[in-house]
Design a binder for this molecule. Structure first.
Ligand code: SF4
Ligand code: SF4
Length: 162
């Protein structure tokens, strides 16, 4: 069913992509692909080590940004029990939401809900990234990368609290 926003964009069918066109697509490391969460959950701030639950803060973003538990960005690192509050903060330049691709979601993000995913409940292929020989990259249904796109994803509307 997800075939394929990329090919729609190119106005091409899958078999007609040339080797050169496939070679121009990124590899999985280049799009920061990560393996599924060990517990099989969808990836979201609520299971990220950078999240503090009490005020919806992310360690990498502006601490005044109130981020909902089901949001996701490209820097997710799995942790089953995020902190409630941060006990210390290192002075640093926070990531901007458009840099990290911070987005809100209904229930977290995974390849299986991505417009570029073609496959089954456990494994499939990604049409926005390639493997070693230029073939569609092999991914797991619960994996995720920074190119994730979904029809249902919500517009970014997080507010910074003063
Ligand atoms: S915004 Fe990104 S890094 Fe921050 S808590 Fe959410 S997923 Fe983790
Ligand atoms: S299917 Fe989507 S989320 Fe998964 S690797 Fe491909 S672009 Fe990234």
């Amino acid at each position: 069913m997800h075939k394929l926003r990329l090919l729609d964009f190119l106005d091409r069918d899958e078999d007609s992509l040339s080797g050169e066109e496939r070679a121009s697509l990124p590899t999985l490391p280049e799009v920061m692909y990560t393996q599924p969460n060990p517990d099989g959950s969808a990836k979201a701030c609520r299971n990220c080590v950078m999240y503090a639950t009490q005020r919806g803060q992310c360690y990498l973003h502006d601490p005044g940004l109130s981020i909902r538990p089901n949001a996701i960005c490209s820097y997710h690192v799995y942790c089953p029990t995020p902190m409630r509050i941060f006990t210390s903060v290192i002075p640093m330049r926070p990531l901007q939401p458009d840099e990290s691709r911070l987005r809100d979601t209904e229930g977290g993000a995974a390849c299986e809900g991505c417009c570029y995913y073609a496959g089954g409940d456990e494994k499939g292929e990604c049409m926005a990234a390639v493997g070693e020989w230029g073939e569609p990259a092999k991914v797991e249904a619960k994996g995720l990368c920074s190119r994730w796109e979904c029809e249902e994803e919500e517009e970014f509307d997080f507010e910074i609290e003063e």
